[in-house]
Write a protein that binds this ligand. Structure first.
Ligand SMILES: Cc1cc2nc3c(=O)[nH]c(=O)nc-3n(C[C@H](O)[C@H](O)[C@H](O)COP(=O)(O)OP(=O)(O)OC[C@H]3O[C@@H](n4cnc5c(N)ncnc54)[C@H](O)[C@@H]3O)c2cc1C
Length: 473
């Protein structure tokens, strides 16, 4: 008698290697139906840039599965309805998935698990998206860590990251026709009118092969200089660029951990960044509203301006502060922004423009290819000062001295703000200080082809500090 099929439900784990859920389904000896359902993040629509990535990532997964002998079945709809119905149609005996940790997904998974269990189906949720489950590492008083450094020290002390699982050589795929199954192209994930993702193809190769190539090239030298180079905005190789691959689960953090340690002697600082990703998930798991509510409720009293014209100027890279504008334009053009510039651009929105961090989080959610429910929320709250282990509110990044420090030659600004390409480096981060003849020679007309600063730095800083003080009274 043939065994009842097992369903492997892919979500943000779009890979075949080091995939505990897939391995368990294969090891059960059952034919495996590989399934993707177009319904991510119940309650929050996916961002446009994530959809572009998802399209290509699904194509890559489809091809990787095909090589192993399994078809990727794609459905669209509510998983709470679809999964029990597929189980019935194909007489499946088990369902496997990798855990997710945001509040909406946890609720959805619990509901599906309960329905399936009531129907006598085996349901298994597996780890795989993190080095450690977010409930694993606890303080001496049995709570979760709210400060990164002791958290990461405790993780390192706990040791024992298991080896990554190999990719399966073959899969006994359930390859029949599934009712309602769609080709990836029919999901309509790519932008058409207008196609704003034209600039994404150059920097990115979504999928596991692209992820491993990127990691290999980073480990082939750049990791050695990560500590000095990771803040240099213009250096595209200064960081690994793995964030979208990790966000979509095309490579596992465990693979990154072991490949890095096996191929380099200098890895502590780099792996501690993977630690920030883990820590963000700890915060999200224990605070399901991390993306929408201040972690520190004292910030609920903060009086925001939320000026729509200023928000739009920030989104379009038209604030008149070149380092911020370069970052916002890099984001729009490529779906990614350098981490240092993310911090400065986010701080500028919150503290210079007095716009609620949640408006910034939403824009990043829509425009980042690496948009991630934990890292985005935790990082925005970190910059705002409202988060756990956050940068204090009164530490306000100066948008032009940050540029001078982390883009000293002005290369980054010249790349993304071509209007300023001929500005001498002395003035590139503060064109408003340039004498008229310098502006004329550089072809820059402030308030013409490049904006004047939309707020004055010193006055904006004073205002922000005043608002902060008032919110505490
Ligand atoms: C306002 C703001 C919003 C952000 N939103 C996101 C987001 O939605 N998704 C996202 O993945 N990262 C986010 N980050 C964190 C960080 O900017 C990116 O992870 C990093 O720039 C990705 O580039 P990389 O892969 O080259 O990083 P590397 O420097 O090579 O780091 C390796 C990996 O570590 C993780 N990592 C690095 N820094 C952080 C961090 N501060 N917090 C959490 N994980 C980190 C990422 O997975 C990254 O791929 C945000 C940061 C800020 C300041």
């Amino acid at each position: 008698m043939t065994q009842s099929p097992a369903i492997l439900w892919f979500r943000r784990d779009l890979r075949v290697a080091d995939h505990p859920a897939l391995t368990a389904a294969i090891d059960s000896g059952a034919p495996v139906l590989c399934l993707y359902i177009d319904h991510e993040f119940a309650g929050r629509p996916r961002g446009g840039a994530s959809e572009w990535w998802l399209h290509h990532s699904l194509k890559s997964l489809e091809s990787d599965l095909e090589k192993c002998g399994a078809k990727l079945h794609i459905l669209r709809g509510n998983p709470e309805v679809l999964i029990p119905s597929i189980v019935q149609d194909i007489k499946a005996g088990a369902v496997h998935w990798s855990r997710r940790y945001d509040g909406d997904s946890i609720e959805l998974d619990k509901a599906i698990k309960s329905t399936l269990k009531d129907d006598g189906i085996d349901v298994h949720s597996h780890p795989g998206s993190l080095l450690r489950e977010p409930w694993e590492i606890k303080t001496g008083s049995d709570t979760y860590y709210k400060v990164f450094t002791p958290y990461w020290k405790a993780c390192l002390k706990a040791g024992g990251i298991e080896d990554a699982l190999p990719a399966p050589k073959s899969i006994d795929g359930w390859n029949g026709n599934l009712k309602g199954s769609l080709p990836i192209d029919d999901l309509g994930l790519l932008p058409t009118d207008p196609d704003w993702a034209g600039g994404f193809d150059g920097p990115w190769t979504p999928g596991s092969a692209g992820a491993h190539e990127r990691l290999a090239s980073f480990l082939d030298g750049h990791v050695q200089h990560y500590d000095e180079q990771r803040n240099v905005a213009a250096n595209e190789d200064g960081t690994s660029g793995l964030s979208p691959h990790l966000a979509f689960g095309e490579i596992s953090p465990r693979e990154v951990w072991h490949e890095t340690r096996n191929n380099s002697e200098v890895y502590d600082v780099y792996l501690s960044e993977i630690g920030w990703r883990e820590f963000s998930y700890v915060l999200l798991y224990h605070n399901p509203k991390l993306g929408s509510e201040n972690f520190k409720p004292a910030f609920d009293n903060f009086k925001w301006d939320n000026n729509k014209t200023k928000l739009r100027a920030w989104q379009r890279g038209q604030t008149g502060y070149p380092f911020v504008d370069a970052g916002m334009r890099q984001l729009w053009a490529t779906g990614w922004m350098h981490n240092r510039v993310r911090m400065v651009a986010a701080s500028f929105l919150i503290k210079h423009l007095l716009i609620d961090w949640r408006r910034g989080e939403e824009w990043f959610w829509d425009t980042l290819v690496d948009a991630d429910p934990a890292s985005n929320a935790a990082s925005w709250q970190w910059v705002a000062g409202s988060g756990a282990d956050a940068s204090p509110y009164f530490r306000i990044f100066n948008p032009f001295t940050q540029g001078e420090k982390f883009d000293p030659e002005g290369e980054y600004v010249k790349r993304w703000v071509p209007e300023l390409a001929k500005m001498p480096k002395k003035y590139i981060h503060r064109p408003w200080d340039a004498p008229t003849d310098v502006l004329v020679r550089a072809g820059v007309k402030l308030g013409g082809n490049y904006p004047k600063p939309i707020v004055e730095h010193k006055a904006a800083r004073e205002e922000a500090l005043g608002r902060y003080k008032a919110s505490r009274e």
